[in-house]
Design a protein around this ligand. Structure first.
Ligand code: ADP
Length: 508
């Protein structure tokens, strides 16, 4: 159970609700895996702790086995047994916690969206720390992610440091401040945290509803390092408009708060090796990209008569954040401009899902438009490879990964200038941007007019200047979106937090 530290590398434990490719709902899953791999490559001992969901992709876990221990963890006034599994995912050691709890906490056929999510994930946060304590692990960094594991930070300092699990500095990354884990203060008691101590303005009390606690606020207050996933988003959330109620908390903790742009997993997203593609290609040989476009058109029953007709792709969760009204508008505007449109997405919001099902039905046998309303990893790869353009008209976007993936596959992004999109997509027509950084089309106003302007400029370049378009595709495919530089920034933050703690211990 106990693993020894590598020579000088840091011992880093990520505690998260998602990890690609075994348990992925969105970008969080990609980040946990991509950042973990990059830190491991830099010589750190990285381990991950996840819930053992019944609906995970078990075929992506190597050597999964149950450990010969049972961890008992406290919840709702009782002790529950947890079986601990270990396996390797993408070369990273992962522990899976399987609670023996009558409510079958992670045995629901789904990751999120259950009425008792606050309980399920506060249970998991506590069980993960209990496991670290019992296993005798001595991490240098515990890194938790989003509201689901935000409880780890207060639990660590309030309960586990006194129990002797005290080697670590705490890092918290918020991937989206819209989701904060807010519940009646009394709910905190279930995992053993003291509501009367923590339901205070300078601790976990929600900034608007004072009888409620806020898990993300708790993690901001109780962590040594707080990050979010792009520099622009880090600025936006410090304002009243962008902070989802947490701007004052983030401003008062601004010294430890920083935005680091995510990378993408360039092994998993590589058109030169991607097993999901019909034909492999690279920036110097784009013939394969044209073949992938032809293959997708055949597969989806779209017209193949004009191979130059631009294919516009969109792959997204259909939630208001993503600008669903602009996505809908893009379908009709693309048709008007003579393009083809493919959407892959699904919605957890009933009325949005219904609305898009209606649109999908209207275009069921259409030559130029196809909507596929489900989650489909391999179809996503095929769409990135086939698309000439890729739209991301988000209202807000903490980082966004699809603009980076699309560029790597030679699909030019058309995005709203917000959050991480503003840090990674630079307009080809913006004279204030050095030409070598120009890589896509951007717009500011979150309305149909603003978006249409950018889409039309993209069509114009594609139709009227194929040579310049090709150069743009090649340039975008060669941009380095790997985790290397972002992981180096995390490494730097970890190392200075650890060094500060060691210096303090020496002084004491
Ligand atoms: P978010 O985390 O807000 O969903 P990101 O852009 O950070 O958005 O990450 C989205 C990730 O999920 C990308 O890897 C994208 O390809 C993937 N994705 C989104 N919707 C689907 C879908 N319906 N099928 C397959 N992959 C999807």
């Amino acid at each position: 159970l106990t693993s020894s530290a590598t020579s000088q590398g840091l011992r880093v434990i990520h505690i998260a609700a998602e990890m690609a490719p075994v348990a992925k709902v969105g970008g969080l899953g990609d980040v946990v895996c991509g950042l973990g791999k990059a830190l491991q490559r830099k010589g750190h001992l990285v381990e991950i702790i996840l819930p053992k969901y019944d609906c995970m992709h078990y075929d992506r876990i190597c050597d999964l086995r149950a450990l010969d221990v049972v961890i008992e963890s406290y919840f709702d006034g009782q002790l529950f047994k947890n079986k601990i599994w270990v396996g390797t995912v993408e070369g990273l050691p992962v522990y899976f916690i399987e609670p023996h709890h009558p409510h079958k906490l992670f045995w629901r056929g789904t990751y999120y969206g259950e009425h008792d999510d606050f309980k399920r994930f506060s249970y998991f946060s506590r069980a993960a720390l209990e496991f670290l304590l019992r296993a005798g692990k001595k991490p240098d960094i515990i890194h938790c992610h989003d509201w689901q594991t935000a409880f780890v930070a207060p639990l660590y300092w309030e309960m586990y440091v006194p129990k002797g699990l005290d080697s670590a500095r705490m890092c918290f990354t918020c991937h989206n401040f819209q989701y904060q884990g807010i519940a009646a203060a009394s709910e905190l008691e279930s995992c053993g945290l003291r509501a009367h101590q923590l339901n205070r303005p300078d601790r976990m009390q929600d900034n608007s509803e004072h009888d409620k606690v806020n898990a993300v606020k708790g993690a901001v207050v109780f962590s040594n390092i707080v990050t979010t996933v792009s520099p622009t988003y880090a600025q936006e959330v410090r304002t009243a408009e962008g902070g989802h109620g947490l701007h004052s908390t983030l401003s008062s903790h601004s010294k430890k708060f920083i935005g680091i742009l995510n990378g993408i997993d360039t092994d998993a997203w590589d058109p030169a090796t991607d097993p999901c593609l019909e034909v492999h290609y690279n920036a110097n040989d784009l013939q394969g990209k044209a073949e992938n476009k032809a293959a997708l058109r055949r597969k989806l029953g779209l017209s193949s008569t004009d191979h130059r007709r631009p294919l516009v792709g969109c792959i997204t969760r259909l939630v208001p954040q993503k600008g669903v009204h602009l996505i809908r508008h893009a379908i009709y505007r693309t048709l008007g401009l003579g393009g083809q449109f493919v959407l892959l997405g699904e919605s957890p919001v009933h009325h949005i899902q219904k609305e898009f099902e209606g649109i999908a039905e209207n275009f069921q046998n259409h030559d130029q438009v196809r909507l596929i309303l489900k989650y489909d990893e391999s179809l996503a790869h095929a769409i990135y490879a086939a698309s000439d353009m890729f739209i991301i008209p988000s209202i807000f976007e903490p980082c966004g990964l699809t603009q980076m993936i699309s560029m790597r596959y030679g699909a030019i992004p058309i995005v709203r200038k917000t959050g991480g999109l503003n840090d990674s997509v630079f307009d080809v027509d913006d004279d204030t941007i050095p030409p070598r950084f120009q890589n896509g089309f951007t717009f500011l106003d979150a309305n149909e007019q603003g978006f249409s302007g950018a889409l039309e400029r993209a069509f114009n370049l594609y139709m009227n200047n194929p040579e310049r378009w090709k150069q743009l595709v090649q340039k975008d495919m060669n941009i380095d979106f790997s985790w290397d530089s972002s992981a180096a920034q995390y490494e730097q933050l970890y190392s200075s937090a650890v060094a500060r703690a060691r210096a303090r211990n020496t002084l004491n």
